[in-house]
Design a protein around this ligand. Structure first.
Ligand code: SAH
Ligand code: SF4
Ligand code: F3S
Length: 439
Protein backbone atom coordinates (compact mmCIF):
# COMPACT_ATOMS: atom_id res chain seq x y z
CA UNK A 1 0.00 0.00 0.00
CA UNK A 2 1.13 3.54 -0.83
CA UNK A 3 -0.35 6.79 0.51
CA UNK A 4 -3.07 7.98 -1.90
CA UNK A 5 -1.87 11.04 -3.86
CA UNK A 6 -3.28 14.34 -2.70
CA UNK A 7 -1.65 16.65 -5.23
CA UNK A 8 -1.04 16.28 -8.96
CA UNK A 9 0.67 17.93 -11.90
CA UNK A 10 -0.34 17.41 -15.55
CA UNK A 11 2.14 18.30 -18.29
CA UNK A 12 0.85 18.17 -21.88
CA UNK A 13 2.94 18.06 -25.06
CA UNK A 14 1.93 18.09 -28.73
CA UNK A 15 -1.28 19.31 -30.28
CA UNK A 16 -4.37 21.11 -28.97
CA UNK A 17 -6.24 17.80 -28.72
CA UNK A 18 -3.64 16.73 -26.18
CA UNK A 19 -3.97 20.06 -24.33
CA UNK A 20 -7.72 19.44 -24.13
CA UNK A 21 -7.18 15.91 -22.79
CA UNK A 22 -4.72 17.29 -20.21
CA UNK A 23 -7.33 19.79 -18.99
CA UNK A 24 -9.95 17.06 -18.74
CA UNK A 25 -7.60 14.81 -16.77
CA UNK A 26 -6.86 17.68 -14.38
CA UNK A 27 -10.59 18.36 -13.94
CA UNK A 28 -11.14 14.68 -13.21
CA UNK A 29 -8.37 14.51 -10.60
CA UNK A 30 -9.74 17.66 -8.95
CA UNK A 31 -13.18 16.07 -8.83
CA UNK A 32 -11.47 13.20 -6.95
CA UNK A 33 -10.36 15.72 -4.31
CA UNK A 34 -6.76 16.21 -5.43
CA UNK A 35 -5.11 19.63 -5.74
CA UNK A 36 -3.14 20.87 -8.75
CA UNK A 37 0.46 22.00 -8.17
CA UNK A 38 2.66 24.00 -10.55
CA UNK A 39 5.88 22.19 -9.69
CA UNK A 40 6.12 18.59 -10.93
CA UNK A 41 8.60 17.48 -8.25
CA UNK A 42 6.25 18.74 -5.49
CA UNK A 43 3.31 16.69 -6.74
CA UNK A 44 2.31 13.26 -5.42
CA UNK A 45 1.13 12.28 -8.92
CA UNK A 46 2.64 13.49 -12.22
CA UNK A 47 0.84 12.91 -15.51
CA UNK A 48 3.05 13.26 -18.60
CA UNK A 49 0.60 13.67 -21.47
CA UNK A 50 2.85 12.82 -24.38
CA UNK A 51 3.16 13.31 -28.16
CA UNK A 52 4.50 10.76 -30.63
CA UNK A 53 4.39 12.81 -33.82
CA UNK A 54 8.17 13.23 -34.30
CA UNK A 55 11.08 11.27 -32.88
CA UNK A 56 12.35 14.09 -30.71
CA UNK A 57 8.94 14.62 -29.13
CA UNK A 58 8.67 10.93 -28.26
CA UNK A 59 12.19 10.65 -26.80
CA UNK A 60 11.62 13.67 -24.58
CA UNK A 61 9.30 11.57 -22.41
CA UNK A 62 12.15 9.45 -21.11
CA UNK A 63 14.34 12.41 -20.16
CA UNK A 64 11.31 13.99 -18.46
CA UNK A 65 10.68 10.81 -16.47
CA UNK A 66 14.34 10.86 -15.33
CA UNK A 67 13.98 14.44 -14.16
CA UNK A 68 11.13 13.56 -11.80
CA UNK A 69 13.54 12.02 -9.30
CA UNK A 70 13.53 14.10 -6.10
CA UNK A 71 16.60 15.10 -4.05
CA UNK A 72 15.90 12.27 -1.58
CA UNK A 73 15.86 9.68 -4.37
CA UNK A 74 12.08 9.12 -4.32
CA UNK A 75 9.76 9.72 -7.24
CA UNK A 76 6.12 10.78 -7.40
CA UNK A 77 3.52 8.38 -8.76
CA UNK A 78 4.11 8.68 -12.54
CA UNK A 79 1.46 8.28 -15.23
CA UNK A 80 2.38 8.40 -18.93
CA UNK A 81 -0.67 9.39 -20.98
CA UNK A 82 -1.18 10.53 -24.58
CA UNK A 83 0.14 9.20 -27.87
CA UNK A 84 3.47 7.72 -26.67
CA UNK A 85 1.47 5.75 -24.09
CA UNK A 86 -0.78 4.44 -26.87
CA UNK A 87 2.12 3.61 -29.20
CA UNK A 88 4.54 2.04 -26.71
CA UNK A 89 2.27 0.69 -23.98
CA UNK A 90 3.98 -1.82 -21.68
CA UNK A 91 7.35 -1.01 -23.27
CA UNK A 92 7.42 2.24 -21.25
CA UNK A 93 7.74 0.75 -17.73
CA UNK A 94 10.23 -1.77 -19.12
CA UNK A 95 12.44 1.13 -20.23
CA UNK A 96 11.55 3.43 -17.31
CA UNK A 97 10.66 1.33 -14.24
CA UNK A 98 9.58 4.35 -12.17
CA UNK A 99 6.47 4.64 -14.37
CA UNK A 100 3.36 3.35 -12.54
CA UNK A 101 0.58 4.05 -15.03
CA UNK A 102 0.34 3.96 -18.82
CA UNK A 103 -2.95 5.28 -20.17
CA UNK A 104 -3.92 5.91 -23.81
CA UNK A 105 -5.90 8.88 -25.16
CA UNK A 106 -9.16 6.89 -25.31
CA UNK A 107 -8.90 5.38 -21.81
CA UNK A 108 -8.05 8.32 -19.53
CA UNK A 109 -11.49 8.41 -17.91
CA UNK A 110 -10.17 5.36 -16.03
CA UNK A 111 -7.24 7.30 -14.56
CA UNK A 112 -8.73 7.64 -11.04
CA UNK A 113 -9.29 3.87 -10.88
CA UNK A 114 -5.74 3.29 -12.08
CA UNK A 115 -4.39 5.65 -9.40
CA UNK A 116 -6.34 3.64 -6.81
CA UNK A 117 -4.85 0.41 -8.18
CA UNK A 118 -1.32 1.79 -7.92
CA UNK A 119 -2.04 3.01 -4.38
CA UNK A 120 -2.99 -0.58 -3.61
CA UNK A 121 0.40 -1.72 -4.90
CA UNK A 122 -0.24 -2.63 -8.55
CA UNK A 123 0.99 -1.23 -11.85
CA UNK A 124 -1.71 -0.14 -14.31
CA UNK A 125 -1.59 -0.20 -18.11
CA UNK A 126 -4.60 0.63 -20.27
CA UNK A 127 -4.37 1.34 -23.99
CA UNK A 128 -7.89 0.23 -24.90
CA UNK A 129 -9.79 2.22 -27.49
CA UNK A 130 -13.39 2.00 -26.33
CA UNK A 131 -15.24 4.20 -28.84
CA UNK A 132 -16.21 7.47 -27.18
CA UNK A 133 -17.11 6.02 -23.83
CA UNK A 134 -14.76 8.37 -22.00
CA UNK A 135 -16.64 11.63 -22.59
CA UNK A 136 -19.83 10.58 -20.85
CA UNK A 137 -17.80 9.67 -17.78
CA UNK A 138 -15.88 12.93 -17.38
CA UNK A 139 -17.01 15.64 -14.93
CA UNK A 140 -18.85 18.75 -16.14
CA UNK A 141 -16.57 21.54 -17.40
CA UNK A 142 -15.77 24.36 -15.00
CA UNK A 143 -13.46 27.31 -14.20
CA UNK A 144 -12.73 28.44 -17.73
CA UNK A 145 -10.48 31.12 -19.14
CA UNK A 146 -12.02 33.25 -21.92
CA UNK A 147 -10.88 30.88 -24.67
CA UNK A 148 -11.66 27.17 -24.37
CA UNK A 149 -11.01 24.03 -26.40
CA UNK A 150 -13.78 21.53 -27.12
CA UNK A 151 -12.87 18.25 -28.82
CA UNK A 152 -15.71 17.27 -31.16
CA UNK A 153 -13.95 14.76 -33.40
CA UNK A 154 -11.25 12.24 -32.66
CA UNK A 155 -8.98 10.00 -34.68
CA UNK A 156 -7.99 9.91 -38.32
CA UNK A 157 -8.76 7.67 -41.32
CA UNK A 158 -6.51 9.50 -43.78
CA UNK A 159 -3.32 7.47 -43.25
CA UNK A 160 -0.80 9.97 -44.59
CA UNK A 161 2.25 7.75 -45.03
CA UNK A 162 4.45 9.67 -42.56
CA UNK A 163 1.96 10.02 -39.71
CA UNK A 164 1.37 8.11 -36.46
CA UNK A 165 -1.97 9.73 -35.58
CA UNK A 166 -4.24 7.05 -37.16
CA UNK A 167 -2.43 4.49 -34.98
CA UNK A 168 -2.29 6.46 -31.72
CA UNK A 169 -5.75 8.03 -31.90
CA UNK A 170 -7.67 5.38 -33.79
CA UNK A 171 -10.42 5.72 -36.40
CA UNK A 172 -12.38 8.92 -37.10
CA UNK A 173 -15.21 9.37 -34.63
CA UNK A 174 -17.59 12.31 -34.16
CA UNK A 175 -19.00 13.17 -30.75
CA UNK A 176 -22.80 13.39 -30.84
CA UNK A 177 -24.43 16.78 -31.39
CA UNK A 178 -26.24 16.90 -28.05
CA UNK A 179 -23.11 16.02 -26.09
CA UNK A 180 -21.13 18.73 -27.87
CA UNK A 181 -23.84 21.35 -27.29
CA UNK A 182 -24.09 20.42 -23.60
CA UNK A 183 -20.35 20.83 -23.19
CA UNK A 184 -20.39 24.14 -25.09
CA UNK A 185 -23.13 25.48 -22.78
CA UNK A 186 -21.18 24.33 -19.71
CA UNK A 187 -18.05 26.08 -21.03
CA UNK A 188 -19.92 29.35 -21.57
CA UNK A 189 -21.50 29.08 -18.10
CA UNK A 190 -17.96 28.59 -16.74
CA UNK A 191 -16.71 31.80 -18.36
CA UNK A 192 -15.63 30.88 -21.90
CA UNK A 193 -16.25 33.57 -24.55
CA UNK A 194 -14.53 31.76 -27.37
CA UNK A 195 -14.70 28.05 -28.21
CA UNK A 196 -12.25 26.32 -30.54
CA UNK A 197 -13.73 23.08 -31.84
CA UNK A 198 -11.00 20.46 -32.04
CA UNK A 199 -10.29 17.29 -33.95
CA UNK A 200 -7.42 15.67 -35.84
CA UNK A 201 -9.76 16.15 -38.81
CA UNK A 202 -12.32 18.44 -37.25
CA UNK A 203 -14.01 19.23 -40.57
CA UNK A 204 -14.81 15.51 -40.98
CA UNK A 205 -17.28 15.91 -38.07
CA UNK A 206 -20.76 14.60 -38.87
CA UNK A 207 -23.81 14.26 -36.70
CA UNK A 208 -27.56 14.47 -36.41
CA UNK A 209 -29.04 17.72 -35.14
CA UNK A 210 -31.88 18.25 -32.65
CA UNK A 211 -34.48 17.75 -35.44
CA UNK A 212 -32.92 14.49 -36.62
CA UNK A 213 -31.24 15.99 -39.71
CA UNK A 214 -27.77 14.77 -40.62
CA UNK A 215 -25.17 17.44 -41.14
CA UNK A 216 -21.55 18.46 -41.00
CA UNK A 217 -19.40 20.83 -39.00
CA UNK A 218 -21.06 23.86 -40.63
CA UNK A 219 -24.39 22.86 -39.05
CA UNK A 220 -22.81 22.53 -35.63
CA UNK A 221 -21.15 25.92 -36.05
CA UNK A 222 -24.47 27.51 -37.06
CA UNK A 223 -26.08 26.12 -33.89
CA UNK A 224 -23.22 27.38 -31.72
CA UNK A 225 -23.66 30.79 -33.34
CA UNK A 226 -27.04 30.94 -31.56
CA UNK A 227 -25.57 30.15 -28.12
CA UNK A 228 -26.08 33.20 -25.88
CA UNK A 229 -22.89 34.40 -24.18
CA UNK A 230 -20.59 32.79 -26.74
CA UNK A 231 -18.78 35.48 -28.77
CA UNK A 232 -16.46 33.55 -31.04
CA UNK A 233 -16.10 30.17 -32.73
CA UNK A 234 -12.96 28.64 -34.24
CA UNK A 235 -12.05 25.13 -35.41
CA UNK A 236 -8.85 23.18 -36.04
CA UNK A 237 -7.31 21.09 -37.68
CA UNK A 238 -8.91 20.63 -41.08
CA UNK A 239 -8.08 18.33 -43.97
CA UNK A 240 -8.46 19.73 -47.51
CA UNK A 241 -10.64 16.77 -48.59
CA UNK A 242 -13.29 17.53 -45.96
CA UNK A 243 -13.50 21.25 -46.76
CA UNK A 244 -17.14 21.26 -47.87
CA UNK A 245 -18.81 24.19 -49.61
CA UNK A 246 -21.13 24.43 -46.58
CA UNK A 247 -18.19 25.00 -44.26
CA UNK A 248 -16.64 27.48 -46.70
CA UNK A 249 -19.96 29.37 -46.87
CA UNK A 250 -20.12 29.43 -43.06
CA UNK A 251 -17.11 31.77 -43.18
CA UNK A 252 -19.35 34.23 -45.05
CA UNK A 253 -22.63 33.61 -43.23
CA UNK A 254 -21.91 32.86 -39.58
CA UNK A 255 -21.19 36.01 -37.57
CA UNK A 256 -19.32 34.36 -34.70
CA UNK A 257 -17.08 32.20 -36.90
CA UNK A 258 -13.66 33.84 -36.96
CA UNK A 259 -11.81 34.53 -40.24
CA UNK A 260 -9.00 32.05 -39.69
CA UNK A 261 -8.33 28.70 -41.34
CA UNK A 262 -5.60 26.21 -40.46
CA UNK A 263 -5.52 24.00 -43.54
CA UNK A 264 -2.27 22.01 -43.79
CA UNK A 265 -1.00 21.21 -47.28
CA UNK A 266 2.38 19.65 -46.26
CA UNK A 267 4.15 20.05 -49.62
CA UNK A 268 3.88 21.79 -52.99
CA UNK A 269 4.94 18.98 -55.32
CA UNK A 270 2.26 16.59 -56.61
CA UNK A 271 4.78 13.75 -56.71
CA UNK A 272 5.51 14.18 -52.99
CA UNK A 273 1.85 14.72 -52.11
CA UNK A 274 1.09 11.40 -53.80
CA UNK A 275 3.89 9.63 -51.91
CA UNK A 276 2.49 11.14 -48.72
CA UNK A 277 -0.98 9.75 -49.60
CA UNK A 278 -2.44 13.23 -49.12
CA UNK A 279 -5.25 12.63 -51.66
CA UNK A 280 -5.24 16.25 -52.79
CA UNK A 281 -3.03 17.94 -55.35
CA UNK A 282 -1.33 21.29 -55.30
CA UNK A 283 -4.00 22.71 -57.63
CA UNK A 284 -6.97 21.23 -55.81
CA UNK A 285 -5.59 22.73 -52.59
CA UNK A 286 -5.15 26.18 -54.16
CA UNK A 287 -8.66 25.99 -55.62
CA UNK A 288 -10.07 25.38 -52.14
CA UNK A 289 -8.29 28.49 -50.90
CA UNK A 290 -9.73 30.49 -53.81
CA UNK A 291 -13.24 29.43 -52.78
CA UNK A 292 -12.55 30.20 -49.13
CA UNK A 293 -11.26 33.66 -50.04
CA UNK A 294 -14.25 34.30 -52.28
CA UNK A 295 -16.48 33.63 -49.25
CA UNK A 296 -14.35 35.58 -46.78
CA UNK A 297 -11.72 37.80 -48.45
CA UNK A 298 -9.90 38.81 -45.24
CA UNK A 299 -9.46 35.23 -43.98
CA UNK A 300 -6.08 34.41 -42.38
CA UNK A 301 -4.54 31.21 -43.76
CA UNK A 302 -2.33 28.93 -41.70
CA UNK A 303 -0.75 25.59 -42.54
CA UNK A 304 1.71 22.82 -41.78
CA UNK A 305 4.67 21.79 -43.95
CA UNK A 306 7.08 18.87 -43.92
CA UNK A 307 10.48 19.28 -45.58
CA UNK A 308 12.75 16.38 -46.51
CA UNK A 309 10.14 13.67 -47.09
CA UNK A 310 11.98 10.63 -48.59
CA UNK A 311 12.83 11.28 -52.21
CA UNK A 312 12.17 15.04 -52.04
CA UNK A 313 14.38 16.66 -54.72
CA UNK A 314 15.45 20.28 -55.02
CA UNK A 315 12.73 20.71 -57.65
CA UNK A 316 10.08 19.25 -55.32
CA UNK A 317 11.14 21.59 -52.56
CA UNK A 318 11.13 24.55 -54.96
CA UNK A 319 7.48 23.67 -55.66
CA UNK A 320 6.76 23.98 -51.92
CA UNK A 321 8.38 27.42 -51.81
CA UNK A 322 6.45 28.41 -54.90
CA UNK A 323 3.15 27.30 -53.36
CA UNK A 324 3.90 29.26 -50.19
CA UNK A 325 4.70 32.32 -52.29
CA UNK A 326 1.24 32.02 -53.86
CA UNK A 327 -0.72 31.58 -50.63
CA UNK A 328 0.35 34.48 -48.42
CA UNK A 329 0.20 32.84 -44.98
CA UNK A 330 -0.74 34.64 -41.80
CA UNK A 331 1.27 31.94 -40.01
CA UNK A 332 2.46 28.38 -40.64
CA UNK A 333 4.32 25.56 -38.93
CA UNK A 334 7.10 23.64 -40.66
CA UNK A 335 8.92 20.50 -39.64
CA UNK A 336 11.77 18.30 -40.77
CA UNK A 337 10.50 14.87 -41.78
CA UNK A 338 10.95 12.37 -38.96
CA UNK A 339 10.57 8.65 -39.77
CA UNK A 340 8.06 7.07 -37.40
CA UNK A 341 8.05 3.37 -36.56
CA UNK A 342 5.19 1.46 -38.17
CA UNK A 343 4.35 4.09 -40.79
CA UNK A 344 4.68 3.24 -44.51
CA UNK A 345 7.07 6.14 -45.22
CA UNK A 346 9.56 4.80 -42.66
CA UNK A 347 10.48 2.01 -45.10
CA UNK A 348 10.96 4.28 -48.14
CA UNK A 349 14.36 4.78 -49.75
CA UNK A 350 15.70 8.21 -50.60
CA UNK A 351 16.32 9.66 -47.14
CA UNK A 352 17.20 13.34 -47.44
CA UNK A 353 20.47 14.21 -45.64
CA UNK A 354 20.08 16.15 -42.40
CA UNK A 355 22.08 19.11 -43.72
CA UNK A 356 19.77 19.43 -46.74
CA UNK A 357 16.72 19.24 -44.49
CA UNK A 358 18.20 22.00 -42.33
CA UNK A 359 18.77 24.23 -45.36
CA UNK A 360 15.25 23.62 -46.68
CA UNK A 361 13.63 24.24 -43.31
CA UNK A 362 15.58 27.46 -42.96
CA UNK A 363 14.57 28.70 -46.43
CA UNK A 364 10.90 27.79 -45.88
CA UNK A 365 10.75 29.41 -42.47
CA UNK A 366 12.32 32.60 -43.82
CA UNK A 367 9.60 32.80 -46.48
CA UNK A 368 6.80 32.09 -43.99
CA UNK A 369 8.27 34.71 -41.64
CA UNK A 370 8.16 37.27 -44.46
CA UNK A 371 4.54 36.40 -45.21
CA UNK A 372 3.46 36.54 -41.57
CA UNK A 373 5.14 39.92 -41.18
CA UNK A 374 3.41 41.18 -44.32
CA UNK A 375 0.05 39.81 -43.16
CA UNK A 376 0.35 41.59 -39.82
CA UNK A 377 1.56 44.81 -41.44
CA UNK A 378 -1.48 44.82 -43.73
CA UNK A 379 -3.78 44.86 -40.69
CA UNK A 380 -2.29 48.12 -39.32
CA UNK A 381 -5.01 50.77 -39.36
CA UNK A 382 -7.84 48.25 -39.06
CA UNK A 383 -10.45 48.84 -36.38
CA UNK A 384 -11.58 45.57 -34.93
CA UNK A 385 -12.74 43.77 -31.80
CA UNK A 386 -10.43 41.72 -29.62
CA UNK A 387 -10.94 39.25 -26.80
CA UNK A 388 -8.75 40.11 -23.79
CA UNK A 389 -7.04 36.85 -22.80
CA UNK A 390 -4.21 37.59 -20.36
CA UNK A 391 -1.97 40.13 -18.69
CA UNK A 392 0.91 41.65 -20.63
CA UNK A 393 4.46 41.89 -19.37
CA UNK A 394 4.12 45.33 -17.76
CA UNK A 395 1.42 46.56 -15.36
CA UNK A 396 -1.52 48.04 -17.25
CA UNK A 397 -0.81 45.90 -20.32
CA UNK A 398 -3.03 43.15 -21.64
CA UNK A 399 -2.84 40.72 -24.51
CA UNK A 400 -5.91 39.96 -26.58
CA UNK A 401 -6.70 38.05 -29.78
CA UNK A 402 -7.85 39.62 -33.00
CA UNK A 403 -10.36 37.82 -35.24
CA UNK A 404 -7.34 36.72 -37.35
CA UNK A 405 -5.76 35.02 -34.29
CA UNK A 406 -3.10 37.71 -33.92
CA UNK A 407 -1.89 38.44 -30.39
CA UNK A 408 -2.67 42.11 -29.79
CA UNK A 409 -0.60 43.91 -27.14
CA UNK A 410 -2.12 47.07 -25.67
CA UNK A 411 -2.46 49.32 -22.62
CA UNK A 412 -5.85 48.89 -21.04
CA UNK A 413 -7.55 48.09 -17.76
CA UNK A 414 -10.25 46.07 -19.49
CA UNK A 415 -10.65 42.80 -17.58
CA UNK A 416 -9.63 39.41 -18.91
CA UNK A 417 -12.58 38.00 -20.82
CA UNK A 418 -13.74 41.42 -22.07
CA UNK A 419 -14.38 42.19 -25.74
CA UNK A 420 -12.74 45.49 -26.64
CA UNK A 421 -12.79 47.71 -29.74
CA UNK A 422 -9.26 48.56 -30.82
CA UNK A 423 -7.28 49.98 -33.69
CA UNK A 424 -4.22 48.00 -34.77
CA UNK A 425 -1.32 50.48 -34.83
CA UNK A 426 1.88 48.45 -35.20
CA UNK A 427 2.98 45.02 -36.41
CA UNK A 428 5.77 42.47 -35.99
CA UNK A 429 6.18 38.89 -37.25
CA UNK A 430 4.42 37.29 -34.26
CA UNK A 431 2.06 39.92 -32.88
CA UNK A 432 0.58 43.38 -33.36
CA UNK A 433 0.14 46.43 -31.14
CA UNK A 434 -3.24 48.06 -30.58
CA UNK A 435 -4.89 51.06 -28.91
CA UNK A 436 -8.26 50.82 -27.23
CA UNK A 437 -11.07 52.79 -28.88
CA UNK A 438 -13.30 52.43 -25.82
CA UNK A 439 -13.05 51.37 -22.17
N1 SAH B 1 -4.42 16.24 -38.40
C1 SAH B 1 -3.62 17.32 -38.75
C2 SAH B 1 -2.33 17.43 -37.96
C3 SAH B 1 -1.49 16.25 -37.76
S1 SAH B 1 -0.01 16.39 -36.84
C4 SAH B 1 -3.43 17.32 -40.22
O1 SAH B 1 -3.73 16.39 -40.90
O2 SAH B 1 -3.01 18.30 -40.76
C5 SAH B 1 0.57 18.02 -37.13
C6 SAH B 1 1.60 18.15 -38.19
O3 SAH B 1 2.77 17.44 -37.85
C7 SAH B 1 1.21 17.62 -39.53
O4 SAH B 1 0.36 18.48 -40.21
C8 SAH B 1 2.54 17.46 -40.20
O5 SAH B 1 2.95 18.66 -40.82
C9 SAH B 1 3.48 17.18 -39.04
N2 SAH B 1 3.94 15.79 -39.03
C10 SAH B 1 3.19 14.68 -38.89
N3 SAH B 1 3.96 13.57 -38.97
C11 SAH B 1 5.23 13.99 -39.16
C12 SAH B 1 6.48 13.32 -39.33
N4 SAH B 1 6.57 12.00 -39.34
N5 SAH B 1 7.59 14.10 -39.49
C13 SAH B 1 7.50 15.44 -39.50
N6 SAH B 1 6.35 16.11 -39.36
C14 SAH B 1 5.22 15.41 -39.19
FE1 SF4 C 1 -1.84 12.56 -39.79
FE2 SF4 C 1 -2.64 12.87 -42.27
FE3 SF4 C 1 -4.37 12.18 -40.38
FE4 SF4 C 1 -3.37 14.62 -40.39
S1 SF4 C 1 -4.68 13.73 -42.01
S2 SF4 C 1 -3.59 13.29 -38.64
S3 SF4 C 1 -1.29 14.31 -41.12
S4 SF4 C 1 -2.68 10.94 -41.12
FE1 F3S D 1 1.11 14.42 -30.94
FE2 F3S D 1 -0.81 12.70 -30.61
FE3 F3S D 1 -1.38 15.23 -31.06
S1 F3S D 1 1.07 12.33 -31.68
S2 F3S D 1 0.31 15.88 -32.35
S3 F3S D 1 -0.33 14.43 -29.29
S4 F3S D 1 -2.50 13.47 -31.81
Amino acid sequence: MNAPPRSFHVKSFGCQMNAYDGTRMAEMLEAEGMTATDEATQADLVVLNTCHIRERAAEKVYSDIGRLKRADGTTPMIAVAGCVAQAEGAEIPRRAPTVDIVVGPQAYHRLPAMVAAVTAGARAIDTDMPALSKFAQLPVRRRQGPSAFLTVQEGCDKFCTYCVVPYTRGAEISRPWGQVMDEARALVDAGAREITLLGQNVNAWTGTDGRGLAGGLDGLIAELDRLPGLERIRYTTSHPNDMTQGLIDAHRDVGKLMPFLHLPVQAGSDRILKAMNRSHTRDSYLQILDRVRAARPDIAISGDFIVGFPGETDADFAATLDLVAQVGHAQAYSFKYSPRPGTPAATLDGAVPESVMDERLHALQALIWEQATAFNAATVGRRTRILIERDGRKPGQRIGKSPWLQSVHLDTNAPIGAMLDVEIVSAGPNSVGGVALSG
